[in-house]
Design a protein around this ligand. Structure first.
Ligand code: ADP
Ligand code: MG
Length: 615
């Protein structure tokens, strides 16, 4: 009295199965994720039905998932809602989703069946046939007056359906593995795959009696219910890092995208510890099922130090790597997540400056990389930068916003000066005029800052200006005593230019010098001395030196200049040597003298002459 019903697959299903079976070689293991996801969905639906008060068959059986392996088989059993006869026919024998026909039509036209597309159209179940030559589904619906059913198929033509007595509630799917897929029956292999994709499924998963998913998907829980220790434990698990994270950001958003994210900043920046370039360690999930580990493109490259989880319901499950990369959805996710994280940093900097300082020490280069490489977040990143300043004690840092708040009336620009350290910039001839005028100057010690400033260009609505370039009108009300008159100073400048010839671009009396006799300024409007030093260090040894041409500005009030002006009349040869030395000294002060040997020779000659005069 066989009651076996023979069913044919809907034509599209057969077409689809052929594609699944013959084209999905690379990502075969995703069948595990798909079947477990279906089992988890069934458990979730059960929980929901029970919570609604609807009577169910075997109400005391808790929802859960158990996987067992034989030598050539895998069985995935759940205690979820199960399927009735009608549901088996409808869910596993026809394609319900309307998008699928279009999908198949497109495949036929392109003649390029592609693994990536499976699952996006609600066809995850069929991935079982990638690895199985025979699939048996035993299912018993939650409806109390139903009975059980056995569904079997080889994935060709159709399936058999017959009644099966005495089944517990839920569904059990047995895969008889193909010869080339026996690997998946090994419990070590299977465990790895399950942990990779399904570690955070909210129902217990057992493999051959061993519980696998013990860590909860805490990102999906309410923040108020989570203890700090739970966060730290999760971080240790996820980040393989025993220390506590420096920052933690847990947030949810509904619009424009549904996002649950839990992000961590490790205490140390491992890239500066001489390790290889970091790889983003934020994993992408859809409803607690992993879509992609270390998801590329989820965050910009310059946030590659982040670790954590992003879960978005808006993602099509089973979307694959290749599809993710150019997905516009991913770009939108990236924008939202990046904006949110930068806002978080800004808040933290405000709330807890000491912790932010720690963060900044570790990660400032990443922020700077962002300024230089990512136009869309430049402004937000600029707000996060911190520098020492001429008005603050050494070791204290300021933001551009704070600087601008302090601006005295009449100052319209934000000044910065780059140097090796505090002493160097404070003693720099470029700083003199700012000190005299009591204009605040930001002190920058990182050579990268040169490029950062160029890219920022302006902050808080004010232009950023290098103190090496800033042209300030600092004419003092009364000229300093003993200062050369304007006419004389001009005459001296012209004579120095004549004497030095091609070695300088131009010579002129300075309005910016207070204590130094002279300073070199860039003739090139777009280059500062730091940039020159960087370019020089990048140049190969045998490349000829670009002749360095600077403008020289002289200080008409400095004794060297007043006396030089007198000496050029009486001893033009000695005066010429002094002029050369003035240029070289100014170059030394700017860190631009390439080869000090010629200068040393000259200094020795000058010393000799000084000693001769005195004796
Ligand atoms: P999707 O999960 O995207 O709907 P699948 O091909 O993975 O597509 O599954 C098709 C349908 O089969 C599911 O929507 C569900 O109704 C049913 N189904 C699959 N597996 C189970 C299961 N373990 N328990 C109950 N129903 C299931
Ligand atoms: Mg599915």
């Amino acid at each position: 009295m066989s009651t076996t019903e023979k069913h044919h697959f809907q034509a599209e299903i057969q077409q689809l199965l052929d594609i699944v079976i013959h084209s999905l070689y690379t990502d075969k293991e995703i069948f595990v994720r798909e079947l477990i996801s279906n089992a988890a969905d069934a458990c979730e639906k059960l929980r929901f039905t029970q919570a609604a008060g609807t009577p169910v068959y075997q109400p005391d059986t808790a929802p859960g998932i158990a996987i067992t392996t034989g030598e050539k088989t895998i069985t995935i059993t759940d205690t979820g809602i199960g399927m009735t006869h009608g549901e088996l026919v409808e869910n596993l024998g026809t394609i319900a989703h309307s998008g699928t026909k279009a999908f198949l039509k497109q495949l036929a036209e392109d003649k390029k069946p592609d693994a990536k597309l499976i699952g996006q159209f609600g066809v995850g179940f069929y991935s079982a046939f990638m690895v199985a030559s025979n699939v048996t589904v035993l299912s018993r619906s939650l409806a109390p007056d139903e009975t059980g059913w056995r569904w079997t198929s080889q994935g060709t033509g159709g399936y058999d359906l017959e009644a099966a007595a005495d089944l517990p509630r839920g569904t059990s799917i047995t895969l008889e593995l193909k010869e080339d897929a026996l690997e998946f029956a090994k419990s070590a292999t299977l465990e790895q795959i399950i942990k990779r994709y399904s570690n955070f499924v909210q129902f217990p998963i057992e493999l051959n009696g061993k519980r696998l998913n013990t860590v909860q998907a805490i990102w999906a829980r309410a923040k108020s219910d989570i203890k700090p220790e739970e966060y730290n434990e999760f971080y240790r698990f996820l980040g393989h890092d025993q220390s506590e994270p420096l920052y933690r950001l847990h947030f949810t958003a509904d619009a424009p995208l549904a996002i649950q994210a839990l992000l961590f900043v490790p205490e140390r920046n491992f890239e500066t510890l001489g390790m290889a370039r970091l790889d983003s360690e934020v994993n992408l999930y859809c409803k607690k099922v992993m879509i992609q580990a270390k998801a590329k493109g989820l965050f910009p490259d310059w946030l590659r130090f982040l670790k954590g989880v992003v879960d978005s319901e808006d993602l099509p499950l089973n979307i694959s790597r290749e599809t993710m990369q150019d997905s516009s959805l991913l770009k939108r996710l990236n924008q939202v997540l990046t904006g949110r994280f930068l806002k978080f940093l800004d808040e933290q900097a405000d709330k807890e400056p000491a912790t932010y300082q720690k963060f900044y020490e570790q990660y400032n280069r990443f922020l700077k990389e962002g300024v230089v490489s990512d136009f869309s977040h430049k402004e937000a990143l600029g707000k996060l930068l911190r520098y020492e300043s001429s008005t603050l004690p050494k070791g204290t840092h300021t933001s551009f916003a704070e600087y601008v708040k302090r601006l005295p009336e009449g100052q319209k620009e934000v000044y910065y000066l780059i140097g090796a350290n505090r002493e160097a910039v404070e003693n720099s001839p470029y700083y003199e005029v700012f000190q005299a005028r009591k204009f605040e100057v930001l002190f920058l010690y990182d050579p990268w800052d040169e490029f950062v400033m160029e890219h920022l260009h302006e902050v808080e609505g004010k232009p950023l200006r290098s103190a090496e370039k800033a042209e300030l009108d600092v004419t003092e009300p009364t000229p300093k005593e003993g200062s050369l008159s304007g006419e004389k100073a001009q005459g001296l400048a012209e004579w120095i230019k004549q004497t030095l010839g091609d070695r300088v671009a131009a010579v002129r009396p300075s309005k910016r010098l207070v204590d130094s006799p002279a300073v070199v300024l860039d003739a090139d409007k777009f280059m500062t001395s730091t940039m020159r030093r960087i370019m020089k260090s990048m140049k190969r040894d045998n490349e000829p030196d670009e002749p360095l041409k600077h403008d020289l500005e002289i200080n008409p009030a400095h004794p060297i200049m007043t006396r030089l002006d007198a000496m050029r009349q009486t001893d033009p040869v000695l005066a010429g040597k002094v002029a050369e030395q003035v240029l070289d000294s100014a170059r030394v002060a700017a860190g631009l003298l390439e080869d000090p040997r010629a200068m040393l020779k000259r200094i020795n000659e000058l010393l000799e002459q000084v000693l001769t005069v005195k004796s």
